[in-house]
Design a protein around this ligand. Structure first.
Ligand code: ZN
Length: 59
């Protein structure tokens, strides 16, 4: 029924909107502090700070 889900950013406590079809493991970005958040669980809905991945572009 509810189209949008919101969770609280663990970093700044802002409301972060998640798409209705959000899946576990999805990475979303906090609109307030720009931190990357990973959806760790859907029921109940939980997010956590995404692990920082250093992209290695083969330098
Ligand atoms: Zn935040």
């Amino acid at each position: 029924m509810s189209a949008k889900k919101t969770v609280e950013c663990p970093e700044c406590a802002a409301d972060v909107e998640l798409p209705a079809d959000v899946v576990e493991g999805e990475i979303v970005q906090c609109p307030e502090c720009d931190v990357e958040l990973e959806v760790t669980s859907l029921k109940p809905l939980k997010i956590d700070l995404a692990p920082e991945e250093e992209e290695d572009w083969g330098e």
